[in-house]
Write a protein that binds this ligand. Sequence first.
Ligand SMILES: Cc1ncc(COP(=O)(O)O)c(C=O)c1O
Length: 367
Amino acid sequence: MTMQRREMLRNTALAAAAFAFSRDSFARKIESRIINNFPPSKPMIRLGFNENPYGPSPMARKAMMDAINGSNRYPIDAVDQLRNRIGKEYNLNASNVVIGAGSSELLGIVGAWTVMKKGTAIVPEVSFLSWTPAAKKIGLDIKTVRLTGSRVIDLSGMKNGIESNTKLVYLCNPNNPTGTVLPPNELEAFIRNVAPTCTILLDEAYTEFNDTPSMAKLVNEFPNLLIAKTFSKVYGMAGARLGYVLAHPQTISEITSLQPWANASASAVSLAGALASLDDKSFVIYCKTENAKAKDIFYNALKKANISYIPSSTNFVYFNCENYSKDIVAQLEAKGIAGIRTYEKNTRWCRLTVGTVEEMGKVAEAI
Ligand SMILES: Cc1ncc(COP(=O)(O)O)c(C=O)c1O
């Protein structure tokens, strides 16, 4: 028996034991296992990181291969080209766009930029908060606001949480891990109300999956509004590390000045892939269609197993294993599927990424 297999069986046994303990230990067990048991070399169905199983698009692949040849040069022109092209997508200009090595880089920089003004950030709990530990380390206090009972971001709670030292409000729409969307009119009203006095960082990593309207139209009106977007999700380029922020030109130049060398963080290959991706509209349609089909398979499996779920506008689903008597992690792992993650202590809510139709068929069988 290989070390890996022995380790997997040991962990499966541990998970079965943990199931009998508190809900909190259930959550911790899953978290530790996703980290320990997820080397990319292992032949598993990977559903832990909301990646797109189909990407990069055929046009992006070709452009990336071609760009390898020019990789001896700094990609200054490519940065300008991509900024222009992204600007056009949103009826904005290149001056409204800053490119980063993934939107994570820019979320971190926006956090650092906020610290320069000293104060607190208000974030929803639960949400995509990977950037907050770094921001905390450099001095930003993080204050959380619980989601509503239906696990939607509580806009009025966020508004009420703003105090004189609040420097940043973070919103993720659609929200990760819940997959929920804020009504566009309510979100716009919130921005109009809050942005005159407080910075809003709006993370729109998943809008394309279900045509969730972007708030990009508001950036020139509100210099305090920064919108983070990524090529990691519907464009399937997570490994290429390409993201961007849309904002007022003055805000963009402030954020850009915090990059060690302005606009130099993305590689020539990634920039070429991103540029080509924006022209490959049929690939985006394909990904959205397949994601919807695969998600339906997953929904049906959850329903059959008496597991309640929140309908998702993204490529992942948040579901509650409260009435499921088996250990879902072990059930999936037995079929070579990894990726269940938990975000709420003392509950049995889990998130799983939606893979291909075939992969979700296997998930359905496992459940
Ligand atoms: C809401 C959200 N924002 C940002 C990111 C990070 O994206 P990137 O790959 O562009 O750094 C993720 C990744 O899962 C995410 O879920």
